[in-house]
Design a protein. Structure first.
Ligand code: DGY
Length: 323
């Protein structure tokens, strides 16, 4: 039966999620994920009532210009810096994101990067795979920095930051954090975390995890100045967004031994990665996969689909049966 509303899904998604959407709306899918130009996005959005998009789809006033049909955008992610919210509001388009479902998985991954960078896991594996392990175990080689018992700094103490902090309890760490506003005392107590100003966070952290949202104020929140205030033995982890760190300044600090190591899941201008970072053995690099467990990506996709249906007035909560 033909459906009255259409939804464009900008990238391949789980078949069962698409099927749940297709009960209510006409679903237009894409066989592969690709970076589209504003003109291409404009054309896609002109033909539908809703769109499920991701970080690489920048939805702004130009893309929305003249569109009288679009009613909702469901973003596949908790971060939504790819959406120009004032432009969406002006166009009367509802925007949704996928908080909560990815919190624990993303916090797990912050720890994967932190441990891998501190203990040189990627670099050691590359060396071993290259067949360079010949002379037994050298006692004074492959020395990393300890994690347990150290001071963990968290910059951005929302849901994910708090989940990162809770995991530090098992590592007997001292947790300090910086956030625009202090958390309620009960939450600080539960996370065993102490608020400090940004300068103290940079100076005291043995390991610093970035979990703040990207916006104009946070552009290069970690740049050359900030890096100069960190310990040369420190490890920096970015699971937040590219652009929060000045990647060129970070590469220089890592190369010159002013910072011990970094674990990076996000980059300025990704998918391209600064060539200086790619050359460094003390940088662990991954392609924006912090939320990429099978369960979590499925939950994110389903939440985006449910958000879309609710925004278009379908689904169980709207009491509207499939057509
Ligand atoms: C998020 O949810 O914000 C992740 O970074 C994926 O974009």
């Amino acid at each position: 039966m033909s459906k009255s509303q259409s939804v464009w899904v900008s990238r391949p998604l789980f078949p069962e999620v698409l099927a749940s959407l297709a009960q209510y709306v006409d679903v237009r899918t894409e066989a592969k994920e690709t970076k589209r130009t504003p003109e291409q996005l404009h054309k896609k959005l002109a033909e539908v009532d809703g769109a499920i998009v991701g970080l690489s789809d920048r939805i702004d006033a130009g893309v929305l210009a003249g569109n009288r049909r679009l009613r909702a955008i469901a973003n596949l992610g908790v971060g939504y810096n790819n959406l120009d919210l004032p432009a969406l509001t002006a166009a009367g388009v509802l925007a949704t994101n996928t908080p909560d479902v990815l919190t624990q998985t993303t916090a797990d991954y912050a720890w994967a990067l932190l441990l891998a960078a501190a203990r040189r896991v990627s670099s050691a594996e590359r060396w071993l795979r290259a067949g360079r392990w010949r002379g037994g175990m050298r006692f004074d080689d492959w020395l990393g920095v300890d994690v347990h018992g150290k001071t963990l700094g968290i910059f951005g103490m929302g849901r994910i930051g708090q989940a990162v902090a809770r995991r530090a309890i098992g590592f007997d760490m001292h947790v300090i954090y910086h956030n625009r506003s202090r958390l309620p005392e009960a939450v600080e107590h539960e996370c065993r975390a102490i608020w400090v100003d940004k300068a103290e966070l940079l100076q005291r952290s043995d390991h610093l995890v970035l979990v703040l949202p990207y916006n104009a104020q946070n552009h290069h929140a970690i740049g050359a100045d900030e890096l100069a205030h960190m310990k040369p033995t420190a490890v920096l982890v970015n699971i937040a967004r590219g652009g929060i760190v000045d990647d060129a300044a970070l590469a220089a600090a890592l190369r010159e031994g002013r910072l011990a190591a970094a674990g990076l899941d996000v980059f300025e201008g990704e998918p391209s990665v600064h060539s200086a970072l790619r050359e460094l053995e003390n940088a662990v690099l991954s392609p924006h996969i912090a939320s990429a467990s099978a369960d979590t990506r499925r939950a994110m996709a389903q939440l985006a689909a449910d958000n879309m249906l609710a925004a278009l007035g379908y689904g169980p909560s709207a009491g509207h049966p499939p057509s």
